[in-house]
Write a protein that binds this ligand. Structure first.
Ligand SMILES: NC(=O)c1ccc[n+]([C@@H]2O[C@H](COP(=O)([O-])OP(=O)(O)OC[C@H]3O[C@@H](n4cnc5c(N)ncnc54)[C@H](O)[C@@H]3O)[C@@H](O)[C@H]2O)c1
Length: 372
């Protein structure tokens, strides 16, 4: 892929059709791309205290050059800020900035910024346009696409939210250069999951010759092969696109994106959120596949290939959490319907199925996966 090449991925959901533009050196073109999508002349950039000093000026300059007037809401970086208070302040800043229904929010940052900025846009004046400019790998491959927006409540993560598909997602993979290697590696939990959903071609492209190899011992991600990253990110966006276009509101197929998540969330909570989300998803996927193999649901060679891939990215295949703590969380999981859980089971690479299952049977699978 040459430095100027970009991929444009169409996302024709029922509520809105939009493009994800992915490639290198794209940030300076944001204004040109946003101009035809927004009727008004006013934009609010929502971003966090890490991302604003790195990319804020470039983004604001590009938007101003296309005739927009810009206001900025910067909040302290971190999941702890994805709460009702920050959300309320964001709405007040929108009102004070005089944003109208014709104007838009530009969410510049990781998944926290995308979720919070998106939720503010979804609810301000009953919904205005949002443009997502993800800068973390997780946000590029996952959270910026598909229209889920939310903030956390004291009662749990992402409990207050709305669906709002963006008008545009602009992904400049060169922004990943400033990310910490640990955070980038963690996102591979979701990327490996996408590979399992997509099938052998993408799975093998991820598993063979890990793109993260140059980052061993590095302080940032500037040594990445950005052409390869652009191809990998685009492929991941297409996987998520194919699922959300089919099932925008998670009534069926979209549940397959939860592969590894039921156990992963339980591990995340049991670790008191000290383990990264991607690492927990990777461990959840590994435990699920081992347990499903023990119960004759996932072929052993498929599980072995998935475990090898997770290990190649330095992600965990086990969780140092007692089985009972996980199972207790499963029982409280919000995705549980009565006494059944929707277990997402890998039949083969590229063949993943949502299987409604009695919670006691799922607990047996988890126990088998934890102990093998
Ligand atoms: N909406 C969805 O469908 C969806 C899907 C998955 C996850 N999520 C949400 O996403 C959030 C996690 O996203 P995340 O991992 O991006 O977390 P994050 O937004 O907290 O970003 C992680 C850290 O990286 C920093 N950062 C981001 N881009 C950077 C860059 N280019 N250079 C340097 N630092 C940078 C951030 O400031 C932050 O400190 C969670 O809140 C999760 O619930 C949402």
């Amino acid at each position: 892929m040459s430095a100027s090449r970009r991929e444009v991925i169409d996302v024709p959901t029922a509520s809105r059709a939009y493009e994800v533009v992915c490639g290198r050196a794209l940030l300076d073109e944001l204004g040109t791309m946003v101009r035809p999508l927004v009727k008004g002349d006013s934009l609010l950039i929502v971003t966090d205290s890490h991302v604003w000093p790195l990319y804020g000026q470039r983004v604001a300059d590009s938007l101003r050059a296309s005739g927009f007037s810009i206001n900025v809401f910067v909040f302290e970086a971190g999941e702890a800020q994805k709460n009702l208070q920050t959300y309320a302040t964001c709405l007040e800043v929108m009102a004070q900035s005089g944003l109208t229904r014709d104007d838009a929010v530009v969410a510049l940052g990781g998944g926290v910024v995308g979720d919070l900025g998106g939720f503010a846009a979804a609810t301000y004046m009953r919904g205005i346009t949002v443009v997502q400019v993800p800068t973390s790998l997780l946000a590029m491959v996952d959270s910026s696409v598909g229209g889920k927006t939310a903030v956390d409540l004291q009662g749990g993560k992402n409990l207050a939210g709305a669906f709002l598909q963006p008008a545009l997602v602009l992904e400049d993979v060169e922004a990943l250069a400033t990310l910490s290697p640990a955070l980038l590696m963690d996102a591979f939990g979701e990327i490996i999951k996408h590979g399992v959903l997509a099938g052998p071609e993408l799975f093998n492209a991820i598993a063979e010759n890990p793109v993260t190899a140059p980052l061993m011992g590095a302080v940032d991600c500037s040594a990445l092969d950005f052409d390869r990253m652009a191809a990998l990110v685009s492929a991941n966006v297409r996987v998520k696109r194919d699922v959300v276009v089919e099932d925008e509101r998670e009534s069926g197929l979209r549940q397959t994106l939860n592969l590894g998540h039921t156990i992963g969330h339980a591990i995340e909570a049991a670790s008191n959120y000290t383990l990264g989300h991607g690492s927990c998803v990777a461990a959840g996927l590994a435990i699920l596949c081992r347990g499903a193999t023990a119960h004759g649901l996932t072929p052993a060679p498929v599980t072995r290939a998935i475990l090898r891939c997770i290990e190649a990215y330095g992600l965990p295949t086990h969780a140092n959490v007692p089985a009972d703590a996980i199972i207790e969380r499963l029982r409280a999981d919000k995705k549980r319907h009565g006494s059944t859980v929707n277990a997402v089971i890998v039949r083969f690479l590229g063949d993943v199925e949502v299987v409604p299952m009695d919670i006691d049977r799922f607990a047996e699978i988890v126990r088998a996966g934890l102990s093998s």
